[in-house]
Design a protein around this ligand. Sequence first.
Ligand code: CS2
Length: 480
Amino acid sequence: MTSQDESYAAEPAPSTRPHTRGLSRQTDGRPAAPVRLVHLGVGNFFRAHAAWYTEHATDAADWGYAAFTGRSPAIAETLAGQDGLYTLLVRGPDGARPEVISSLSAVHAGDDLDALRGYFADPVVAVVTITVTEAGYRRAADGGLDVAAKDVAADIAALREDPAGGVVTTTPGRLTAGLLARRAAMAGRIAIVPNDNVPENGEMAARVVGDLARAVDPVLEAWLAANVSFVTTMVDRITPRTTDDDRAEVARQLGVEDPAVVPTEPFTEWVLAGDFPNGRPDWDSAGAALVDDVRPFEQRKLWLLNGSHSLMAYGASTVGHETVADAIADPEVRSWVEQWWDAAAAHLSLPADDVDRYRQALLDRYSNASIRHLLAQIAADGSQKIPIRAVPVVQAELAAGRVSRGALRLVAAWIAHLRGAGAPVTDAHADQVVPLGAGSVEEATRRTLEWLAIDGGELHDRVVTEVTGLVAGLEARRRR
Ligand code: CS2
C-alpha cells in the first residue's frame, strides 16, 4: 500500500472502559456475506480501502471477504472475536466519523494454509486482493522472483515435494499454493489484484508468481496463462497506525470497545485495469474507477504523494519533525516538497491543471492534523521505495539535461537517514542498504548513486557534488 500493511498488524491490548460493549453481528453491522473474495495482508490499509469499497458496493450482500493476516496472527483472533467486524474512524478536519465495516466474513491467521487452499479450490471465489507492502513480493533487483532468498527457495522445495500440502510462507508461495489447489479442483478462472504501491503491480505480481510456479511445475504456467488474470491498480488512502485516542473516540461515540479500530482520512481513490473473468463486486458503485491504463494515475500518485511522503520521512524527521502534519506546516519542508513536485510534475503525462489540483489536495490532506501519520512509519523499507519513487524523476530530469536539486534532495535525505539521521532505519534489506551510508559523505553519496543506478553521464560529477552538499547540509541541521 500501502503500502505498510504488514507493519500495521500489531494491535495493542484493549483497555476496558465502563459502559462499553464489544462488536458482534447480533447487534452491529450486516449479516456475513458468502465468501467470494480472498485477501492476503489484513492490516489497516486493507481495512480502510478494499474492505471499505466492498462494504459500499451496491451488491455488498453477495460478496464477503476471507482475509488472511501477514506476519502477525494477532489481528485474526481479535477480529474473529467480533465476527470480523471493526470500526473505521474517518478523521476529517471537521471531526471524526465512525463506521462499522461488515465485509470481512472470515479472518484467518496467515499460516492457515488449509483454509487458504480451501477458498482457492472453491469455484465461487472470484478475486484475490493483496496488501503485503512492496517488500512482500520478494523481487530480486531485476524485478523477477528472488529465488536465492532462503524462504523463497524453501517454498519452491515444499511445493515441489507436496503441491497439495507443502508449507509455504512467502506471498508468491502462498499464491502458488492456492492456485495449485484451484487447478486440482478445476475451480475455474480467478483474478489476482495486488494493492501495493509498485508501478504496474499486476505485471509485477504475475512475474513473481510465474517464476515460482515455473520452478515448482513447468506445466502450471500454461494453466496460469489461461485461468489467472492479474489486475493492475493504483490505491490511495492515508491510513496511519491506530492510537489509543482512536479507540477512545469510538468508545465515546458508539459505546463500543473495539481494539481493531482503523483511523483513516476522508479521501480515497482506487483505479483498476484488467479482467475479472469470474466476476467482482460492483466496486465502481462505491467510487472505484475501472480504466484501460492505470499508468498516468499511478505515476501521479507514486511521484507526487509517495515521493513527497518519503522526502518528509527522511528529510523532515532529520530536522526534528515527527508527523506529516508537523512537517508540512514548516515552511522550509513545504518548500522542499514544492521543489520536488515541480521536478516531478515536469514529467507527468496528465494535464497541468489536473496536477495543480492534485498538489493542492495533497497539501490539504497532509495538513489534516487529526491524523497522526508518523514519518517513522513512512520511512520503513526505503530500499523498496526510493528506486520507484525517486529514481524515475531524477533520471527524467537528467535526461532533460538538469541536475535538479528538488529531485536529488530525496536521494540525499535517504542517504542522511542511512547514515543515522532522523527516523531510525527499518528495512527488509537493511543488510544491503545500511552499508551504503558508511564513510565520508562523498563516499556514501557515490556508493548510493551507484546502487540506485543513477549515473548522469557527463553530468555525473555535478550530481555527486549536488547530493554531497545536500547530505552535508541536512547533517549539519540534524536535530534527531
Ligand atoms: C506511504 C504510503 O508509508 C508509505 O510509504 O507513502 O503508505 C501512503 O500513505 C499511501 O500510499 C497513501 O495512499
